[in-house]
Write a protein that binds this ligand. Sequence first.
Ligand SMILES: [Zn+2]
Ligand SMILES: [Zn+2]
Length: 754
Amino acid sequence: MAGLVIVNKSNPRATIVVASQATSQAKEAAEILQFYLEQMSGCKLPICTENETISGSRILIGHSETVKKLGVIPPSGITTQMNEDGFLIKTVGNDLVIAGNEDWHYRGTVFGVYDLLERLGCRWFFPGSYGEVVPKMDTIAISPLDIKQGPSFRMRNIWYSGWMPVSNEDGAALRKWYDCNKAQSLHISLPGDGSIIRLAPPEQYFEEHRAIYAIDENGERSREMLCLSEPESIRIAVKTITDAFRSDPTMFTFGFAPPDGRPMCHCERCQERLHGITAKHLSSPSLSDTWFHFVNEVAKAVEKEFPDRWLMTNGYANRVYLPEGVADFSSNIGVQLAMLQSCTLHRIGHPRCWQRQDYDAILKRWTDSNHPVIIYDYDPGVGVENLPFPALHNLKHDMRLFKQRGIWGFWTEGQNTWMRTHLNYYIRAKLMWNVDEDVDALVRDYCEKFYGAASDSIERYIWSMEEAFEKTDVHAYWRGSDEIPWRLIFTDKLVEKLQGYLNQAAQLADTEPYCLHVRMLQTAHEHMVAFLKMKAAADEGSYRSALSWADKVKAARDRAAEIDAALLPNTPDWVARSCATSLEGQQEIYQYLANRAGGELGQLAVMLPEVWEFKTDPFDDGLIRQWYLPNRGEPWAKIKTTFYWENQGYQDKVGHGYVGLAWYKTEFYAPKSVENRPLKLTFGGVYHREIWIWMNGLLIFHSGNESSQRPFDVKVTGHIHPGQTNHIALRIRSQEMSNRAQGGIYRRVFLFTP
Ligand SMILES: [Zn+2]
Ligand SMILES: [Zn+2]
């Protein structure tokens, strides 16, 4: 066998060697190598220091005199650019050197060891033992190597848990997984929400320097936000930052950002600087001009003493846009761009997605401005339902774009749900290190190593799901309260196809752990199917059946937890309470409907049809011409009351939904038996800003503040004609364009007797 044999038929043929004064990272790396080589071959190689007598081949780990004598110079050092990460693996005669940059927070030597193990066939697709692949071999040989690597992006973080609870065990498994795949926690000072008070801690300044704090809506000084135009706030901010930089020479960054939400100082000077910019993606006036004027003044003053250190802030919420009125933007300002309100189903610049085209344009302005930009993104990018979120089709494209645009790195917010994100994080890690990696080949490798004989079926399963997302005309961004029309993405046809691949895989997987891995995917699939069936049952008006499917969703999560609790976790309590789209939020809605349609609060009188008539009213003609009466405003189109109108043809080629007034109408027969009974109409869900309802030609209801996510009841006692056909019409004013690609009735309407 060619190359360096380090284990021969389970007998040691090499020694792992570290410096006599080895760093803790080098010792750790040596132990990692020893551990996995033993797992692979059953043979434990000895670890020695370089001054001990060693015969045979040496695997030299980390920096040492011996490495120096061999003429090998591993990466080292740190500058305020923070781009010196890297390692080398080199065979020299009968020796092998693995060493990387260990300065500052760099993990180069550990990365080097994991890189070698990957070359020998080890993989860490997911954290913990579930995701680990360690091949068995009794002889281990290493072909001649001369590798020197550094990363494509200097910051490679995946905040996989996001705001979901995580056990200490999960946290430790993730930190190891970072090392295995050359990702890292960020070691820079990030602009966390509300960190602006770091600049002038209220306990220190509030009593004596009230004028530096922002004026809130009620005219009171706020302890959470600064006045951005007060010269004293700038002076104190500069002092805080320069003091911090002076006291710590390895502190290269100082991060600060306003509180979450729509932060603002309401003083006259700050308000004047806003320049009255309101625009899409913002949902409130843009603070960018006022904010970046402040940041710029601080940055210019700090730059005088510390020209090569960074002030990090974020382009988030009402600061997503660049300022329009700030000249000579100081180059020591770094920006973490977090565009929450942008479709995540599609890649950046997607030809059929205006939201992603906007993202492209905003990103380009930031990166053209020559400032360090860190991307804060979301994966999974939509919802809290725990349905699959395939993102490989986007990552393939977006990561290369990020590299071209000179992005520094990533902070990706997750939900600690590994079967939902599936391979996304692994592929992210691979592309963050080397943006030129071939995603198709990585997926193929995953399938072969993780599913054995079932690999082909699983590969088709993965790409079929990716293709469905790539092609969908549904657009959605992260939001906990608005329903995503999942059934239009995971169509019956697709689900059947996916089921076929999994059935095939289950037949082909013949040994463990492949059977277990296929079973896990089947569980995630059953979870998804139960969720979709729950929706389908509700669309038919079978709310009891929807509730029993919800129980099956839960049961699938419990089955997944038997394998690993982080794979398909249950919804955390506070998410269940606050997000209508969570499983628990959905259960609550179906319970509300079930109680009225044949339960403790009433009996169903009539389930109104699923398909109604529909007409947009861009010029507000309907009211004057009485479209609420039969045979007016002809012709009308047919529309389902189970999906938003955007998903039924009322959006343009790039996904702009129809915005403005629109009408729904239908007729229904009310049985004689409802005579003299109290009656209510229940609307399962209507996406609107304002709504008017006519019953048999009479306006009986108006609301401008109903929640669009929850069902509501309208009293119609005395307005229904028993034993006859009744006419109902709705006039709806949609939400403003902003980003909400949805409008109209999206859950069934029914009549019941309380
Ligand atoms: Zn102010
Ligand atoms: Zn889209």
